[in-house]
Write a protein that binds this ligand. Structure first.
Ligand code: NOJ
Ligand code: CA
Length: 777
């Protein structure tokens, strides 16, 4: 089933010659701060653009357009018919996010291009009667460029088929890049850091460095978001925004000229988009930042998406959850119920009389154990995988009718477990692994969502493992991207929040559809020992630009050999895992390990219990892709206070306000007895700081100047101990002279009083990190 197809692409370079520099009469657009300048011109009938920062080229003249089936290309014979300019400055509030207010400030230029009647040919003769119209809308922000193609209805082009997108991103140097190989079926790769010119030589190695080498298209093909750094220290990032009814854009590099060209994921017939006017393409984006921390602070991708499409968002909320999940990933338990069925026929196979295998994780007793632990520790939700029939032969068999998403295994009492969970304040999280059989999932979706509504599930984790069905489609073609979107829209009708694994990496659509609270779409914790040090210090620059990731952090027992004989050691420390809850933004955060792995370390687990998952302010203190990230965040205290459903005594005997949205807990004075009284109080201020590092130990100094001046805070500091080391002794990333032995679970917790004038010196072990809670005293 593993196959690799490298296709040879025709070169368009000879066809459409490019201007070495933009013509003097090129149209220009400046960013609001005037640092970025876009130039646009039609050169020999072809649209071309360039981007400059402070007069220096960031994107050299680059071609734009498409080649189409059955008619002349959208790449020549163009004339500029019209141009309009606009300025926009608005602040909007996301339903959840890294900050409460997001400024969307840009200058815009809309250029209307025409291939005049008779200047091009079409099989249907449409171009003899009407001009072909293509508009390009440019939005220039202080931190980057977005542009998209638009096709109005008054046009010779109405329904058409894209063969290739010709958009180029011509780099002005041999930049350093953090890349994953271009692939039509998976994004679950380690990153490679290299010069652009080295991609070809490192590509095969990079392609082995993931789940499985799957469907490649070029030895210089890479995926977006692609993070780069120039020799001058500028951070460039190429991505896309608002990919709807369109294939995903990868990039193919011409490494003789350092020109990337858009490479759209084809459908089963090889086309790269079936288009119907009026319509717009996704935005193509080039982020340009002076500092690495500015990349993390950029909201370019979200801003280029449409505002929220939902009237009522009251049912959408952040979720901190646990799961009957790591048991299966680690090999301790199975998703399947029996070992006796080599072949399952849904609706025919009799599971009631099947012999249980004794390893099925989603059984009533085990689920109750997790509910008890999650409830006692203030979580919102519990994911249970392997609850439904079909897991005996779900993978690698290319079964169309693989699951029905409705029928539980005999040892999973769905109504009773939901009742038990709800009584303890826990919502069960549904699991719909489609096994990539998208048509089958669509057939069952309405019933599956209705079942969820019936029992009070309000979130679902989806999955698309394996070969996409319909056969011949890849994971990121237009029809399959449309499937993922359909699942989100239908879920919203049922007030269901969605977290899909293996679906296309997001492009900011969560602004429009905030019930899309998570995605995997990158290498996550499930890759265990295969995750390279520094991986989580790259993802916020790349994968997270498009939306939150269900990375599933919180593994306190990184030596998997203690769970199963074949288990290996993961490269992280306990404090590294704590740091991720702050450095890695997601409104859906998991504490992924087993209860029994947290129990010996409840003092460190306290940070996971305390940390918020929805923020009004985020400060990116220091960062370098692949090396380290230090972030401080301030939760939405006011809204939590509003949402609080009462004063409660927590499992650990502390008294606190329990917010129903996130179960975020903050301590309150003993004199306060009721929620009514707490609402009269000024809520105590709280901040969280997290740091992570790669295989290199680091010491960082964090100034607490973001705290309210003149106020005393109690800092609880979770750090790696002197002897801590998260790098296994046989790791290929180990410095041969390093003395420290693998010792990932050592940490120290200290408390001290601090103010906005204080600074904390924090040491991170190899593959380590730290976490700090700051509470107003
Ligand atoms: C792959 C997902 O990433 C993982 O989280 C899940 O457990 C399995 N598929 C099974 O659905
Ligand atoms: Ca996965």
């Amino acid at each position: 089933m593993l196959f690799t197809a490298i296709l040879t692409l025709p070169s368009f370079a000879q066809h459409y010659p490019k201007a070495p520099t933009m013509p003097a009469d090129a149209l220009t657009l400046q960013s609001p701060d005037r640092q970025l300048e876009l130039k646009f011109a039609v050169v020999n009938g072809q649209p071309q653009y360039s981007l400059l920062r402070d007069g220096k080229p960031v994107v050299l003249p680059s071609r734009m357009g498409f080649t189409l089936e059955w008619r002349d290309d959208l790449a020549h014979a163009f004339v500029i018919k019209d141009k309009t300019y606009n300025t926009f400055d608005e602040t909007w509030e996301p339903v959840w996010g890294e900050e409460a207010h997001i400024r969307n400030h840009y200058n815009e230029m809309l250029v209307t291009l025409e291939q005049p009647i008779g200047s091009v040919e079409s099989m249907d003769h449409s171009t003899e009667k009407k001009a072909t119209v293509m508009q390009i809308r440019f939005r220039l922000y202080d931190d980057g460029l977005g542009f998209r193609y638009e096709f109005p209805i008054e046009n010779a082009l109405v329904c058409f088929w894209i063969k290739e997108e010709l958009t180029e991103f011509a780099m002005a140097g041999d930049h350093t890049a953090w890349w994953i190989p271009g692939d039509l079926d998976t994004q679950e790769y380690n990153y490679t850091e290299s010069k652009l010119s080295q991609i070809r030589d490192l590509w095969d190695e990079g392609h082995k460095n993931g789940g499985w080498p799957w469907t490649a298209f070029s030895k210089t093909g890479v995926q977006t978001a692609l993070q780069m750094k120039t020799a001058d220290g500028l951070y460039l990032n190429i991505h896309e925004a608002a990919t709807l009814d369109f294939p995903t854009m990868h990039l193919d590099l011409d490494d003789t000229t350092m020109v990337f060209r858009a490479w759209l994921c084809p459908d089963a017939t090889g086309y790269k988009g079936r288009i119907q006017a009026p319509c717009v393409t996704p935005w193509r984006t080039v982020m340009v930042c002076e500092k690495a921390t500015d990349v993390l602070a950029s909201r370019l991708i979200l801003n280029l998406n449409e505002p929220c499409a939902l009237e009522d968002v009251s049912w959408i909320h952040p979720v901190k959850y646990m799961g009957v999940w790591w048991e299966m990933i680690s090999g301790k338990s199975t998703w399947s119920y029996t070992n006796d069925f080599p072949s399952v026929k849904i609706g025919e196979t009799d599971f009631v009389h099947a012999k249980p295998n004794g390893t099925h994780g989603a059984n009533n007793t085990n689920v109750r154990r997790y509910i008890d632990f999650a409830a006692a520790n203030g979580f919102d939700g519990l994911l249970i995988e392997g609850w439904n029939v079909g897991w005996e032969d779900w993978y690698g068999k290319q079964k169309v009718f693989v699951f029905d998403f409705l029928t539980p295994y005999p040892d999973f009492d769905l109504p009773a477990l939901n009742k038990y969970a709800h009584e303890k304040g826990i919502r069960l999280i549904m699991h719909h692994e489609s096994s990539a059989s998208t048509g089958n999932y669509e057939r069952w979706m309405e019933q599956a969502y209705t079942l969820m509504n019936q029992y009070g599930y309000d979130a679902v984790k989806g999955g698309y493992v394996g070969t996409i069905i319909p056969f011949g489609e890849g994971h990121y073609s237009q029809p399959i991207n449309n499937h993922y979107h359909y699942a989100i829209v239908e879920a919203a009708k049922h007030h269901i929040m969605v977290n899909s694994h293996e679906a296309v990496r997001p492009t900011g659509l969560c602004r429009t559809w905030p019930n899309m609270i998570g995605n995997e779409s990158a290498m996550g914790t499930e890759f265990r020992e295969r995750i390279h040090p520094g991986h989580t210090a790259i993802l916020p620059f790349t994968r997270l630009q498009g939306g939150p990731m269900d990375y599933t952090p919180g593994i306190f027992e990184p030596d998997m050999g203690k769970i199963v004989p074949w288990g290996k050691k993961m490269s992280h420390t306990i404090c590294n895992q704590l740091g991720l809850y702050v450095t890695f933004y997601s409104p859906l955060q998991m504490a992924a390990d087993f209860p029994e792995h947290y129990e010996p370390y409840m003092d460190a687990f306290q940070f996971i219990k305390d940390v918020a998952v929805d923020w009004d302010t985020s400060i990116y203190i220091m960062a370098e892709p692949g090396d380290y990230i230090v972030t401080a965040r301030h939760p939405k205290i006011a809204s939590l206070n509003k949402a609080a459903d009462g004063v409660g005594t927590l499992a650990d005997g502390k008294k606190g306000v329990i917010a129903n949205a996130t179960r975020f807990v903050y301590a309150i004075p003993d004199s306060v007895e009721t929620f009514h009284e707490t609402s009269l109080l000024q809520p105590r201020d709280v901040w969280y700081v997290g740091g992570i590092t790669d295989e290199n130990a680091r010491e960082v100094t964090v100034k607490l100047d973001f705290l309210k001046p003149g106020v005393k805070y109690e800092a609880t500091i979770y750090t790696d101990a002197k002897e801590t080391c998260g790098l296994p002794d046989d790791s290929e990333f180990r410095d041969p002279n390093a003395q420290l032995k693998y010792n990932p679970q050592a940490y120290s917790i200290t408390k001290k009083t601090v103010t906005s004038k204080s600074a904390l010196k924090l040491r991170m072990a190899p593959c380590g990190g730290f976490a700090v809670s700051l509470r107003e005293k």
